[in-house]
Design a protein around this ligand. Structure first.
Ligand SMILES: *[C@@H]1O[C@H](CO)[C@@H](O)[C@H](O)[C@H]1NC(C)=O
Length: 175
């Protein structure tokens, strides 16, 4: 965990503040639920017409827990999520990791949204195959991006993208 935090920090410092934020088009909800100790974090599994699975990618590694992602903060400053609300999502993911399982499956081409108050995060699988990711890693990314892409960093949320770009996590203000 310490290593991951260090890796995220190092990468954040090295990356320019240029990044584009993803907006789901023609969102179609496949399933919805609430998670966390208080069942107050909304989870929606959806499809977006603008998520294009990268068909050319071979399924070399479907478990992507070990992948380190690069954090990009979205400019400009202002209007970002309250990081304390993002912390509630992060805690719900940690709670699920303890009580449901360390791993979750995400089908090819689908997106999982999580929302609590002002904070929204989503995981996009843009591989041509199902992927498995660790709930603790998503929790860490949500917390890291929320607290390090704030107005003081001239930002309003951000994303975290691994080198092979088969998936990414975004943290933003809930609509
Ligand atoms: C991919 O994930 C979906 C949804 O969880 C599941 O129905 C399907 O069986 C999975 N496919 C494979 C090849 O594991």
């Amino acid at each position: 965990m310490q290593f991951l935090r260090f890796a995220f920090t190092a990468v954040l410092a090295a990356v320019a503040v240029e990044a584009s934020s993803f907006t789901c088009k023609n969102k179609a909800v496949i399933s919805s639920s609430f998670i966390g100790q208080n069942s107050d974090v909304q989870v929606d599994t959806v499809t977006c017409s603008n998520v294009v699975s990268k068909r050319d990618l071979e399924a070399r590694q479907t478990n992507v827990c070990a992948a380190t992602c690069t954090t990009n903060c979205f400019t400009p400053s202002g209007g970002g999520p309250n990081p304390n609300d993002c912390q509630v999502i992060s805690d719900a993911l940690l709670y699920d990791s303890q009580n449901i399982g360390a791993l979750f499956n995400i089908a090819s081409g689908t997106t999982i949204y999580m929302q609590y108050s002002t904070c929204q995060t989503f995981f996009v699988n843009q591989a041509s195959y199902n992927e498995t990711y660790c709930r603790t890693n998503w929790a860490n990314v949500v917390e890291y991006v929320a607290f390090n892409c704030q107005s003081t960093q001239n930002a309003h949320g951000g994303n975290c993208v691994p080198p092979d770009q088969t998936w990414f996590v975004q943290v933003q203000t809930a609509p």
